[in-house]
Design a binder for this molecule. Structure first.
Ligand code: DGL
Length: 265
């Protein structure tokens, strides 16, 4: 495996840019090749078979382009299982951290909320990860289907977001959670609104840093970590290039990023 190849990063759309931002900081010398499938977002309300087929398009593209590691910057894709995503390719796969250790380190009452797509919630993966570490912790997972379409449109605040935050936070408040995991990579774009909705007694957590750390450890152990040079990111969208680029400005170091529209088919 060539150390100079980029690290591939995938998401259903712009959400993974919140992870790419953290990856750029944690791995400053690495090049990244990001694909956001903006033509087919959102994935999180689709049946598993459809999601798998779309993920296959993304990973085949990256395999042809050449990458040394794939970071799945999407919880919905991650819960399919990293080995099945790897699908025999030469590169390894790091999925989104479930944030279990992070949340258990913060919660005082052991009541943890998970905000995610309906697909991720139905998988039960986050609850299982928390309970594997602490069987007494209670996990309350809330599907938030209205968030991703708004964020993809570049809507990060205002009445529609406030209304959705109020609806999705209500059952979690009712359950008495003191900690909430943002288990969809789109949600950090509206983190301030979510924090406002819960109020100061609830801590909102983003597992992107834990994910970037896992990617760093993997590259170090495999002898694939780049130690010099300024890393560059090639950011590809499958539709709506200008909208994607405008949204990326909120997250990325634009000096180190280039943008293009690609077709997967
Ligand atoms: N950003 C994705 C996640 O972390 C999925 C959003 C979607 O396509 O529904 O789950």
């Amino acid at each position: 495996m060539d150390k100079n190849l980029p690290v591939g990063v995938i998401d259903s759309g712009v959400g993974g840019l919140s992870v790419l931002k953290v990856l750029q900081q944690a791995l400053p010398h690495e090049d990244f090749l990001y694909i956001g499938d903006t033509a087919r977002t959102p994935y999180g309300q689709r049946p598993e078979k459809e999601i798998r087929a779309m993920v296959h398009d993304l990973t085949d593209y990256l395999d042809n382009a050449g990458i040394k590691l794939l970071v799945v910057a999407c919880n919905t894709i991650t819960v399919l299982g990293t080995e099945s995503i790897r699908n025999g390719y030469a590169f390894d796969v790091v999925g989104m951290s479930k944030g279990a250790e992070l949340a258990l380190g913060v919660t005082k009452n052991k009541k943890i909320g998970v905000m995610a797509t309906p697909f991720t919630v139905a998988s039960g993966a986050h609850k299982a990860a928390v309970n594997a570490l602490d069987a007494d912790a209670e996990v309350f997972a809330q599907g938030c289907p209205d968030f991703v379409p708004l964020i993809e449109q570049g809507v990060f605040s205002g009445a529609a977001i406030e209304d959705a935050v109020a609806r999705y936070s209500a059952p979690l408040k009712e359950a008495g959670v003191d900690t909430v995991l943002l288990s969809c990579t789109h949600y950090p774009f509206i983190r301030a609104e979510i924090e406002k909705g819960f109020g100061e007694s609830v801590t909102v957590l983003d597992p992107a840093e834990a994910t970037a750390l896992q990617a760093r450890i993997f590259l170090e152990r495999a002898g694939l970590l780049k130690m010099q040079g300024t890393g560059r990111s090639r950011v590809c969208f499958t539709a709506e290039l200008n909208r994607g680029k405008a949204i990326a400005e909120r997250m990325l170091d634009m000096e180190r990023s280039s943008f293009e529209e690609i077709s997967l088919l």
